[in-house]
Design a protein around this ligand. Structure first.
Ligand code: NAG
Ligand code: NAG
Length: 140
């Protein structure tokens, strides 16, 4: 039983080292030609971690928002470095970075923000890993 608990806690630690989209929030309304703050938070790592990059894309998803395999290719609004930092004025946010992204004049309706994240974690040697998150918002 002890090893079972050890394994589950190791799995929980691995799961906890993800990036999360803190903004926009699910269901938030945005202007189709406005600027949106995308806030990405990185869970603390118990071991060595090195950031590689994030890619932020948006796609209208119409009536297939709950079927990711039906989504159109997204428009890339950011592709570059990720440097999540601790902000002493906002400790509840953990390690995060804000990106201001300009929407390209989207029609009203549901859109999905998709964020792909590459980074490296490990012990003695760093391994490249990937995670991914999405959030659905409404263009009005
Ligand atoms: C932005 O979108 C709104 C709503 O579609 C529209 O009324 C407005 O003219 C647009 N502004 C610009 C600068 O394109
Ligand atoms: C830190 O958080 C405060 C309060 O939310 C904010 O005003 C400030 O811009 C943040 N600083 C950075 C570097 O993001």
């Amino acid at each position: 039983m002890k090893s079972f608990f050890l394994l589950t806690s190791l799995a929980a630690c691995a799961l906890a080292q993800r990036m999360h989209i803190q903004a926009p929030t699910p269901g938030q309304t945005v202007s189709g030609n406005g600027t949106v703050t995308v806030e990405l938070e990185q869970d603390p790592s118990l071991g060595p971690m090195r950031q590689t990059s994030v890619l932020i894309a948006i796609a209208s998803c119409y009536d297939v928002c709950d079927q990711p395999d039906q989504w159109s290719p997204g428009t890339i609004v950011y592709n570059g470095g990720f440097d999540p930092e601790w902000n002493t004025s906002a400790p509840e946010k953990g390690h995060y970075q804000d990106f201001q992204v300009q929407l390209p004049g989207l029609q009203p309706g549901p859109i999905v923000f998709q964020v792909a994240h590459q980074y490296q974690v490990g012990g003695a040697e760093l391994q490249p890993v990937f995670d991914y998150a999405t959030v659905l918002v409404n263009v009005v």
